[in-house]
Design a binder for this molecule. Structure first.
Ligand code: PLP
Length: 393
């Protein structure tokens, strides 16, 4: 049976992105590949395996369950968990699986030591400093006090220390956070606490501030092929490995003046072919994150976009790609389907492949992923027990 929708991940694009990043690190800083949120939608286990085969030896995820899933899949490299561990059972699980944990407060330290008291192995920890994001982390005094307690006890090995930026668009604030972080680092060094791996940079800092790499960089977005617009001191040639694909399940000609979809929000200006695609908001199509606008300018941009979308200015409609050409999605996207307008005379039929624009991290996890290596036949991909042979020659 033909699958009606699937995700294609281009292995060579992932490798390319990794090489592009590594080329700027040399032996200066270690790469911590951030593969949280299912590797930004690319499939954490397969991406981790692929990155390991290509020399990555350090990963990071947000939560314990993400790290455990990677261990279960046989990923033996170091894995740093960003968020605090909140129960004793979880600490035991984490220690058993040799995970690297983040200490965000004195409470975290205390719980690790309480549980760890019965253990003989070290627990590798990284200290988290809050320099302005307001999520997790300690200030200078708390960090000093935690380090004193850690030093008293052989159990915890303080391998690293880090902080996370709050505002990638504001250089002055990035600098301020960096200075504040270095104050803490220097203070701890003065007190003779040795913490070998200091890290600050995420993707946007990586591009803009080579002077802030320190001993390691935490990179997610760039690995997944997204490069912010604009010029940067470090410029990478990235490739997007991700394609969301489906097939047309119906094509019919609809007369000029016909309405399309629920609430009849779209009226055809020309007689056209209307294709049905079996992908809807349930799959992540046309799903937006409804955060408060970042500022007045951001709000204006959002409003202009909505207005142009309402007026059916085609550059602002959501387009799918069929045989290399863009065609607009019309009407409201359904739960599991969407309508596409294709001019008369264009040769399309049921079964034709369609590429859709989706937000990778909002796509349903149930959709199969195919790992393909273009130009190489017989690549095997694996997703939750289903295996595919992909032949692109
Ligand atoms: C997500 C995350 C990163 C990676 O950020 P990118 O901008 O995607 O590279 C780094 N550090 C922390 C703490 C994160 O949560």
């Amino acid at each position: 049976m033909l699958a009606d929708k699937w995700i294609e991940i281009d292995i060579s694009a992932v490798k390319n992105n990794l090489q592009e990043i590594k080329q700027h690190l040399n032996d200066r800083a270690r790469l911590i590949a951030v593969i949280k949120a299912n590797a930004y939608g690319h499939g954490a286990e397969d991406i981790a395996r692929l990155l390991m085969q290509n020399g990555v030896d350090f990963f990071a995820v947000s939560f314990l369950h993400e790290a455990l899933q990677l261990r279960k899949a046989g990923i033996s490299a170091d894995i740093l968990v960003f968020s605090p561990i909140i129960s004793k059972e979880e600490v035991l699980e984490a220690v058993k699986n040799k995970l690297t944990l983040t200490i965000t407060s004195d409470n975290d330290r205390e719980m690790l030591e309480q549980v760890g008291g019965s253990l003989t192995t070290h627990i590798k920890v990284h200290l988290k400093i809050d320099t302005g994001l307001g999520r997790f982390g300690m200030n200078q005094e708390e960090a000093v006090s935690v380090c004193r307690d850690i030093n008293r006890n052989e159990l915890l090995f303080p391998e690293g220390i880090y902080t996370h930026i709050a505002d990638p668009g504001t250089p002055a604030f990035i600098n301020q956070q960096f200075q504040q972080f270095m104050l803490v680092v220097n203070r701890l060094e003065q007190e003779n606490f040795i913490i070998p791996v200091k890290h600050f940079a995420n993707s946007s800092v990586f591009l803009s501030y080579p002077g802030m790499y320190l001993n390691a960089v935490r990179i997610g977005t760039l690995l997944s092929g997204q490069h912010p617009a604009g010029k940067f001191p470090v410029h990478l040639q990235l490739q997007d490995p991700y394609k969301f694909k489906s097939r047309i399940i119906s094509v019919r000609v609809k007369e000029r003046g016909s309405f399309l979809g629920y609430y009849r929000t779209h009226r055809l200006k020309h007689t056209a072919q209307i294709a049905v695609i079996p992908v809807g908001f349930n799959d992540g199509l046309a799903v937006e994150i409804a955060n408060r606008p970042v500022g007045l300018w951001d709000m204006c941009k959002k409003m202009v976009k909505i207005i142009l979308n309402y007026l059916n200015i085609s550059r602002f409609s959501l387009n799918v790609t069929i045989k290399g050409k863009p065609y607009p999605i019309r009407g409201k996207v359904f739960m599991q389907m969407a309508l596409v307008e294709i001019p008369l005379g264009v040769d399309v039929m049921v079964g034709d492949e369609v590429e859709l624009p989706v937000r990778k991290t909002l796509v349903s996890r149930n959709i199969d992923r195919l790992y393909v290596q273009y130009g190489q036949a017989g690549k095997v991909a694996n997703d939750g027990g289903t295996r595919y042979i992909v032949d692109n020659d």
